[in-house]
Design a binder for this molecule. Structure first.
Ligand SMILES: [Zn+2]
Length: 51
C-alpha cells in the first residue's frame, strides 16, 4: 500500500471512494508517518470498499 500526504493529512493510494481528495503527484511513501493527521476515509477499513 502506498500513501501520500496532502495538506498535512495522510491519504492512501488509490484514494478511498469516500475521500474527496485528488492525488496530484505528491511524493509517495510506503510507511505511515507519525507527525501527520490520517484521513479517516482512506485509513479506516471499510468492508464494502472492495466490491
Ligand atoms: Zn483520504
Amino acid at each position: 500500500m502506498l500513501y501520500f500526504v496532502k495538506n498535512n493529512m495522510l491519504h492512501r493510494l488509490p484514494v478511498s471512494r469516500r475521500c474527496d481528495c485528488i492525488y496530484k503527484n505528491e511524493p509517495l511513501r510506503d510507511t505511515i508517518p507519525n507527525d501527520v493527521e490520517r484521513c479517516v476515509y482512506c485509513m479506516n477499513y471499510w468492508p464494502d470498499d472492495e466490491a
